[in-house]
Design a protein around this ligand. Structure first.
Ligand SMILES: *Cc1c(COP(=O)(O)O)cnc(C)c1O
Length: 355
C-alpha cells in the first residue's frame, strides 16, 4: 500500500444512529447532522446511507452544503440549514428545497421578503449566545413568524457533554419559556442532550458526533480506521536525533519507521509532543520527534524481535479511537475528524473494521 487509507464503516454510522434513535423519547424524530462534509467523513456517502436507513431530517451548516446533500439524497428528506438564511442564499434554498433555521430579525425579514412561501424554522438563543434569536427579538418577530407556520423551533446547549452542569437545566427552562404552547415542533438536543434524558428531547433530536463514533456517546461503534504506509525504516544509534529541530534523541539503539502522513493530513503537530502512539496490530509504537507535513517517525524498537517490519501502522483503529487520539493532541474528536485531509485513499465499507 503506497497511500494512507481511511476506512469508513457506513453500517457503524447507521447502527449509531439507530442506537441514538432508540434512546430518544417515543414519537421523537432522530435527525442526522452532516455539516462539514459529515464531520469530514463524506456527506455524499454518509447521507445516502442514513437516508436509506430511514433518516428523514438532516442538518447542514451552510446552504451550499445543503445543495450538495440534496443531490446525494434525493428530494424526500428535509434538509435544514443551521446558519439560516444569509444574504444571497435565496436561489440555493429554493432550488434545493432547503429549510433555513432563521437566527435573527434580519434573517426573518430577508426570508419573508425573498421567499415568503418557502419552508423555514426558527433558532432561539437559550443562553449559548452564539446563534439564534434573543428572547426580545423573538417576542417582536414571533407573530409574523408563527403566521407563516415554522416547521421547527430549535435551540442548542452549550454544556450538554457535562451532565451535571447547571447550564443544562437553565437553558431548558429558557427554551421552554420561549416556546411552550406555540404548537410548533421543537428541538434542543444534540448528542450530549440526548444522553441528558427525555426532558431534553422534545419532538426532534440532532445528533452529530455520536453518529461518527465520538464522545460523549460512549456506546458508539467505532466508525473510522486510518492506516499509514511505512515508507522506510532505519537503525538510529544512541545520541542521534530524529526529525526537525532534533526534537527527539535516541536514548538507545532504535529502529525508526517513517510513515506516510502528517499534519497536512490532519495529524496535527501536537501529536508529536503529546506521547501519541501508532499501532502495529494491538502493539503500541510511540511517535517520536516532530510531526512533519507529510511524514511521522515512529519507534519500532520494542516490537517483538521476530516480527517483520509492518507494511502499515494504524493511527486510528479499535485500539486507539478518535477521542483517545484527540486526547493525546489536547483536542477533541470533532477536530480530529473534521481535520482529516483529502489525500487519503478512502475505503467505504459495510462491516467491522479490522485492525
Ligand atoms: C453541530 C451541531 C449539532 C450536532 O452536535 P453534536 O455534538 O455533534 O451531536 C446539533 N445542533 C447544532 C445547532 C449544531 O451546531
Amino acid at each position: 500500500m503506497s497511500q494512507a487509507t481511511l476506512s469508513i464503516d457506513l453500517s457503524a454510522i447507521v447502527a449509531n444512529w439507530a442506537a441514538l434513535d432508540r434512546l430518544s423519547a417515543p414519537g421523537c424524530v432522530t435527525s442526522a447532522v452532516v455539516k462539514a462534509d459529515a464531520y469530514g467523513l463524506g456527506a455524499a456517502r454518509v447521507g445516502p446511507a442514513l437516508a436509506q436507513a430511514g433518516v428523514s431530517w438532516f442538518f447542514v451548516a451552510l446552504a451550499h452544503e445543503g445543495v450538495a446533500l440534496r443531490r446525494a439524497i434525493g428530494p424526500k428528506p428535509v434538509i435544514a440549514v443551521l446558519s439560516g438564511h444569509m444574504a444571497g442564499d435565496a436561489p440555493l434554498l429554493a432550488e434545493a428545497d432547503l429549510t433555513p433555521m432563521l437566527n435573527s430579525p434580519e434573517q426573518v425579514t430577508r426570508h419573508f421578503s425573498s421567499l415568503p412561501k418557502h419552508s423555514f424554522g426558527v433558532q432561539l438563543d437559550s443562553g449559548m449566545h452564539r446563534l439564534g434569536l434573543a428572547s426580545d427579538d423573538w417576542r417582536a418577530v414571533a407573530p409574523t413568524a408563527l403566521a407563516h407556520s415554522p416547521r421547527l423551533i430549535m435551540s442548542h446547549l452549550a454544556c450538554a457533554d457535562q451532565p451535571d452542569h447547571p447550564m443544562n437545566p437553565h437553558q431548558l427552562s429558557q427554551f421552554r419559556a420561549m416556546s411552550d404552547g406555540l404548537g410548533v415542533p421543537r428541538a434542543l438536543a444534540a448528542t450530549g442532550g440526548i444522553l441528558l434524558g427525555r426532558d431534553y428531547h422534545f419532538d426532534l433530536t440532532r445528533p452529530g458526533i455520536g453518529l461518527y463514533g465520538g464522545a460523549p456517546f460512549q456506546a458508539a461503534r467505532p466508525v473510522v480506521a486510518l492506516s499509514l504506509p511505512v515508507i522506510q525504516t532505519r537503525w538510529v544509534e544512541p545520541g542521534c536525533s530524529v526529525g526537525y529541530a532534533n526534537a527527539w534523541i535516541a536514548p538507545r539503539r532504535s529502529r525508526i519507521a517513517t510513515v506516510g502522513a502528517g499534519y497536512a493530513d490532519g495529524l496535527i503537530r501536537a501529536l508529536g509532543a503529546g506521547g501519541a502512539h501508532v499501532f502495529c496490530g494491538a502493539q503500541p509504537c510511540p511517535i517520536v520527534g516532530r510531526v512533519s507535513m507529510d511524514l511521522i517517525t515512529v519507534d519500532l524498537t520494542d516490537l517483538p524481535h521476530a516480527k517483520q517490519i509492518p507494511e502499515v501502522l494504524d493511527i486510528l483503529s479499535p485500539h486507539q479511537g478518535v477521542d483517545a487520539l484527540a486526547d493525546k493532541a489536547g483536542t477533541i474528536g470533532y477536530e480530529i475528524l473534521t481535520s482529516l485531509g483529502t489525500r487519503y485513499g478512502r475505503n467505504y465499507h459495510e462491516g467491522q473494521t479490522c485492525s
